[in-house]
Design a protein around this ligand. Sequence first.
Ligand code: SAH
Ligand code: SF4
Length: 361
Amino acid sequence: MEKVDLKNLTLPELTAWVEGLGLKPFRARQIFAWIHRPDFTGFDQMTDIAKHVRALLAEKARLSRLEPARVEHSTDGTVKFAFNLEDGHVIESVLIPEDDRHTLCVSSQVGCAMGCNFCLTGTMGFIRNLTAAEIIGQVDAAIRLRMAASQQQQMDGWQTQGAPRWINNLVFMGMGEPLLNFDNLLKAINILMEQRGHDFSGRRITVSTCGIVPKMKQLGQQVPVNLAVSLHAVEDEIRDQLMPVNKTYPVDELLRACREYPLPPRRRIMIEYVMIKGLNDSPAQARLLVKKLHGIRCKINILPYNENPDFPYQRPDDETVENFRQILRRAGHTTLLRHSRGADISAACGQLAAQSGVEAT
Ligand code: SAH
Ligand code: SF4
């Protein structure tokens, strides 16, 4: 019989599994706390659990773990991880330090089915969904890297403050469309928010979507996370051209889903707007964006396009970006201008498209 990967189980699922073995439910809480320590290596580390129970666990269960096959450091401090998955596929995550905070950008799928025609991940096509364990594995690997680089006693930091001590924010903005891997996404978020494990609060987690309308509300109803929406254009003709998903869920439907998203108090939706020269960067388009966003509690993240030789698109000049931004600001919007990080190691937005067969180092 195939062993169960305990990293894939939420605490209620683990509890049911543990009870199925004839053990008391409190064992599940103990086991959960151990296995979600990023530096956990094996069942024999569980010193507060009897030896015969550990032997039973080792017989019935396994614990998957992602070790980076490659870690690249950018001159600006950004770190890109490439992981070889058990079936040989490769995914990437990016750790972005900002002042004293660290944001980890994680992947949710191998490749992406959505085919946005400016995005390198889109050119890979869809390969497969990641398991919850593979999503969490990216977080653990980044925490281990941070722990190793720190002077602190590793265990102390983990016990007192959990994962946010090492990674402040998690964003699902790596490879893939998270809302098309909905079940595993939810499972991973639930595991990561569990107090006995990583103890992330929902306000530290952001899920970005290209606009899978029916799943947006469901996400907000099930977990109190932040939502980011890759909007990029408010005219259907232009958005159709950039993002095939717009033909299924056009702009007005997408914006209606934003209005209906069950936002926790004092939070806002992040509207992502990749600015592409001559396509969506005019003052008239900025004014239309303001009009369309009316009534949506949001902040706008402007991302000047990261050019790529595979695509014909160009980044607008700084003045065009600034003019566009001023129009949004004068209308009362909070705007962030995201300067791309990690471009020298292909870690910037839209540059993740790992080739298979990264050699382990
Ligand atoms: N599939 C989800 C999650 C990926 S997020 C989504 O699309 O929202 C990755 C972000 O980077 C998206 O907003 C995407 O549109 C943006 N992006 C893709 N290619 C880019 C590029 N070349 N320059 C700037 N941003 C890009
Ligand atoms: Fe997929 Fe997002 Fe890239 Fe579109 S922008 S192809 S949805 S990863």
